[in-house]
Design a protein around this ligand. Structure first.
Ligand code: AMP
Length: 403
């Protein structure tokens, strides 16, 4: 199977709808704190503009859950895009309402229109065919360049593809790059292959962990999700983050790892704090001795040493999810130490997920990584060997090259 390529489309002078992933982090003042995702989309947008197209862009931002909320408006994204593209970006007031329809109808070649946040429409995450049809009606061609949401069957990602035949839809350059990279990684990783998995939610990463186990040689767990495993092992985890309904599943993951011979590493010590705050009193304790009502907010120094030892001979590293609450300086040390170690290694290093990408950038080691993926969930699902719902409609049987 191969991806439908934007380069094979006859785009000249046409109207093109590009699904982008402009779901960028913002600070408390509404400033974009990391514009990597916007910069990553520029190649595809410029390619279309160079082909004399009129370009309609669409993205989600945050989780407004079907409500029109000003704080989730794409206005700051439009401003940043304008700087990057060095041309005007027209922002529609809605997604498929009167304003968006009128502006898309009147759009001329070389003009760029950005629709408002797709998730202002309830139908987007429900993959509503009516919404998909309205979005599709705006353009002659559909391009998916939103790797970060391609594991979701949403209207602008999956539903919309049904309204375009294979000559009128394709993957953008960003999506193509991600799919090709992970394709190679999964088929032929140089071993030992390690996954470092952190972050706060076990629930979000459990299935990925189960499916990754047969593919990797070692797993290193960090972040809030470690405590569900530690609790299952009978440790007192105090007030640390835990998902009690997943204790059994945590056990079966550890059992499965044992069965498969995968080395499964858990923190042996943590930085524990009295409360979830930068100015909290904190101390380093072993994983067995977290005081009642204290919470583990970072991996400790012994864990850092242990993980470094374990990572020493590894040739491929996939990292998804921080080792602690890296947004607070006090609890960023574990993530920072691991980031430097991974960055300095000669292994192929792959970072997936908005938080982890943000983390390596803050620490200043982003240039040292082999590949930073724009999608966390999507990259994990790809590594599990799944075909993503937003990518499947853009795949065709490989055409055999004639000699
Ligand atoms: P996720 O979205 O699951 O990748 O989680 C990322 C978030 O996990 C970051 O915002 C971190 O602050 C948070 N996090 C990492 N370690 C911990 C911890 N020990 N307790 C609570 N939250 C954590």
């Amino acid at each position: 199977m191969e991806l439908l390529s934007i380069k094979k489309l006859d785009l000249a002078g046409q109207k093109v709808f590009i699904r982008c992933d402009f779901n960028v982090p913002m600070d408390e003042f509404g400033n974009i704190s990391d514009d990597r995702r916007i910069r990553s989309a520029v190649a595809t947008i410029n390619y279309c503009l160079d082909a004399d197209c009129a370009v309609i862009l669409a993205s989600h931002l945050g989780r407004p859950k079907g409500e029109v909320l000003q704080k989730y408006s794409l206005a700051p994204v439009a401003r940043r895009l304008q700087q990057l593209l060095k041309r005007d970006v027209i922002l529609a007031n809605d997604v498929v309402g009167e304003d968006a329809m009128q502006k898309s109808n009147n759009l001329e070649k070389h003009q760029v229109l950005l629709l408002e946040n797709l998730r202002f429409e309830k139908g987007e995450t429900a993959n509503d065919p009516e919404l998909a049809k309205k979005l599709a009606s705006m353009a002659d061609f559909y391009i998916n360049d939103a790797f970060g949401v391609s594991h979701r069957a949403h209207s602008s990602v999956e539903g919309i593809t049904h309204y375009f035949d294979n000559e009128h839809k394709a993957a953008g350059f960003l999506l193509e790059r991600e799919i090709n990279f992970f394709g190679k990684l999964i088929n032929n990783p140089v071993r030992p292959f390690a996954a470092i998995v952190g972050g706060s939610k076990v629930s979000g990463k459990l299935e990925a962990l189960v499916n990754l186990l047969p593919k990797v040689d070692k797993v290193f767990i960090g972040g809030g999700m470690a405590f569900t495993f530690l609790k299952q092992m009978g440790y007192n985890i105090g007030a640390s983050l835990v998902e009690d309904d997943l204790l059994d599943e945590a056990q079966s993951i550890m059992d499965e790892a044992k069965k498969l011979g995968v080395k499964f590493y858990l923190p042996v010590d943590v930085v524990a704090a009295e409360k979830f705050s930068e100015d909290a009193v904190s101390k380093i304790v072993t994983a067995q001795e977290i005081p009642d009502s204290w919470m583990g907010l970072d991996i400790g120094p012994a864990t850092v040493r242990l993980y470094r030892e374990g990572l020493n001979d590894v040739q491929t590293v996939l990292w998804n999810g921080p080792m602690g609450v890296y947004e607070m300086e006090k609890f960023a040390r574990g993530s920072s130490k691991i980031a430097h170690f991974v960055a300095d290694s000669y292994a192929t290093t792959v970072v997936g997920g908005g938080d982890t990408a943000d983390l390596v950038q803050r620490i200043g080691v982003d240039d040292e990584m082999s590949f930073i993926s724009t999608g966390g969930g999507a990259s994990l699902e790809l590594l599990e060997g799944k075909v993503l719902p937003g990518v499947r409609p853009l795949m065709i049987e490989k055409v055999k090259e004639e000699n």
